[in-house]
Structure formats: C-alpha cells, structure tokens
Design a protein around this ligand. Structure first.
Ligand code: KG4
Ligand code: ZN
Length: 335
C-alpha cells in the first residue's frame, strides 16, 4: 500500500510517500523559519500562505523522487490537528482533492500520534507497550502507549510546554527564533557552576510538569546580572540543565510506575543533545531501551503522518467523504 503523507500543522511543510512493504520511499520538508524569525514567532496567516506556495512543487518533487505517479497512490494521509486552523486546512484541502481525483481514501492523522510513532520509520523500532516523552513547542506529555491508537496521558504540563519555555528564554537572551536549538548551541559556552535553577515539581509526587516558573527565574537572574555575553551563556546553560534534569527525573519516575522497559522521545525538543545524552545515561542505569527518530524526524515532517496514515488505512479506517474538518485543538486521548 502506497500512502502519501501531508503535514502542514504549523510552520513546516512536509510531504512523504510511505509504502507498507518497502518503508519510506521519499520525503521533503520545508521550514518557514526565515519568514517568522523577524516577528519572533509563528504568524498564522503567513504560515498558511507559505504552505500554499510550497506544497504543490514539493508534492511533484517527492512523487518524482519516489519514482511513482500520483495515480499509483492507494491513500492520502494529512495532519488533521492539533495545530493552526488555516495551516491545517491547506493540507486537508490538498489531501481531499487528491483523494477525489485519484479515487482513493483519505485519512486525517493526529499530529502527536505522528510524533509518538516516528521511531517506526527507523530500523529496530520499539514493540508495545512503551512510555513516550512528547516534548515539542506546544506539548510536554508523558504517554503510556499500549498500541496504535491506545494512548493514556500520565503526565502533562500545567503551563508552558518545554519547547515554549526554550523559545521564550531564548528571546529573553536575544537569541532569535526559533529559540530552542539556538539556546542549546549558546549553552555549550556556558559555565554550569555559575547559576543553579530550580527543578520544578520534582519534590512533589506525580508526573506533571511546570516550566513557566523557570522562564521567570531566567528573567530575574538576567535582570540582576551584568548582562555580559558570558553571563547570558551561563543563564542558557543553567536553564537547559534544569529543563533536562526535570524531564529525566519525571521519565525515571514514570518508568518505575509503569514498569515499562522502553522509552520513546519525540517532538522538537527531543532533538536536544543534552537531553538525549542525559536520557541515555538514565536508561542505561534503569536497563530501559531508549528510542528516538533521526533528527529530521524529531521536528515536524510528512513521513510520520504517512506512516500513521498507512497503519490506519490498513486497519480499514478512512474519512467520511461527506464531511471535511480540521481540529485545531484535539486531545490524544480522544483517538
Ligand atoms: O515538534 P516541533 O517541531 O513543533 C511542534 O509541534 O511544536 O517542535 C518545535 C519546538 C520548538 O519550541 C523548538 O524551539 C524546539 O522544538 N526545539 C528545541 C531544539 N530543537 C527544536 N529545543 C531544545 N533544543 C533543541 N535542540
Ligand atoms: Zn510537532
């Protein structure tokens, strides 16, 4: 079964072709960073317009690379939510038009399910059940994954998502947008002994997170400092260390509670090297196997959507052709 995947939930246009028998055949990703950087964050209307500009040429390039024609496709998957409504509609409209033109079913995919199952694009994927740490710009969740479509959220953020806290702290330090990767790079020059930031919520039982206090702590530390480049790097380092250690502590706790032996990390923040390293060390000690997708599939991409769409189409699911809808807000447990 040949499935096209379309991702347009936020500021990346992604298209991929996944074959149930042969795996991923081709994919393309275009990031809109340059467009949104000057505004310091994603501008929804600009995002939609750029998806419209990029999506057809990318579709043609990806089909070419896969060596197939559109009429060879057996199904079309697209991100149905959560995300920006205008951006989601671009992908949904294209998917439905292609499905209509080629007479094949379409299927709306949950963006976070895409992230959680992205390690299945790699050789040696995890078997079920596993724990997933989903850390992106909009989400920080610990999820018990018992199978495709069987998700239970056991830890969530009470305020900012981890990626959002990275982005806001990066802005405070004048690092530009998107901040996560820039802050991580800058933190490499920081002295880890200069500042110590709190590890929020680790002294209470439970698996929830809270990151907005850390951002405020960074602000107060910055305002009381000499504001030199070295001090800013030291703040970046202290902030990153605090987020990473907090995530590791909660993962360890969740693994102990669930007795699961596999941990998947997914979402944009899972590209963070310091987090990957700290989780590797913890997992080795706990005799847990750690899985993450290749770097380009940590952030938003069409391949994860094509993969999930393929599983769901194979299970007999498909869109109701009389109704077209996107879900800007959509909980994982509603699946
Ligand atoms: O999954 P994603 O591409 O989009 C969402 O669905 O949100 O995640 C984007 C988030 C941004 O907040 C970005 O700053 C963060 O992931 N991010 C990072 C790194 N790379 C991306 N955060 C920390 N360290 C990184 N290396
Ligand atoms: Zn994402």
């Amino acid at each position: 079964m040949l499935v096209l995947g379309i991702e347009t939930s936020c500021d990346e246009t992604g298209i991929a072709v996944y074959d149930a028998a042969r795996g991923l055949l081709a994919h393309g990703i275009h990031t809109q960073t340059d467009i949104h950087a000057k505004f310091g964050g994603v501008v929804p209307d600009q995002a939609s317009r750029d998806h419209v500009r990029k999506i057809i040429p990318m579709l043609e390039a990806v089909l070419n690379e896969a060596g197939i024609k559109g009429s060879d496709l057996n199904g079309i998957a697209y991100t149905q939510g959560p995300g920006l409504s205008g951006a989601l509609l671009v992908g949904a409209m294209l998917a439905r038009a292609l499905g209509f033109a080629y007479g094949v079913p379409t299927i709306g995919v949950h963006h976070l399910e895409g992230h959680i199952l992205a390690p299945y694009l790699e050789p040696d994927p995890p078997s079920f059940p596993f724990l997933a740490l989903l850390v992106s710009g909009g989400h920080t969740e610990l999820v018990k994954v018992e199978g495709v479509g069987k998700y239970k959220i056991i830890g969530d953020t009470l305020d900012d998502a981890a990626g959002e806290a990275f982005d806001k702290t990066a802005r405070l330090l004048g690092l530009g947008y998107p901040g996560g990767a820039l802050l991580a790079k800058f933190a490499e020059q920081g002295n880890p002994e200069h500042f110590h930031f709190p590890r929020p919520m680790v002294n209470r039982p439970g698996l929830d997170f809270s990151f907005s206090g850390l951002k405020t702590f960074a602000l107060h530390t910055f305002e009381a400092s000499d504001k030199s480049e070295q001090t800013k790097a030291d703040i970046a380092r202290a902030f990153e260390d605090a987020v990473v250690e907090t995530l590791v502590i909660k993962c360890r706790r969740a693994l102990a509670e669930t007795h699961y032996q596999r941990l998947v990390i997914a979402g944009g923040v899972s590209a963070n090297r310091s987090l990957r390293h700290a989780l590797e060390v913890m997992c080795q000690k706990q005799e847990v196997k750690l899985y993450f997708p290749r770097l380009e599939f940590c952030t938003d991409n069409g391949a994860m959507i094509a993969y999930v769409g393929c599983q769901r189409l194979l299970a007999g699911e498909r869109d109701d052709m009389n109704r077209m809808q996107v879900y800007p807000r959509w909980g994982l447990e509603e699946l």
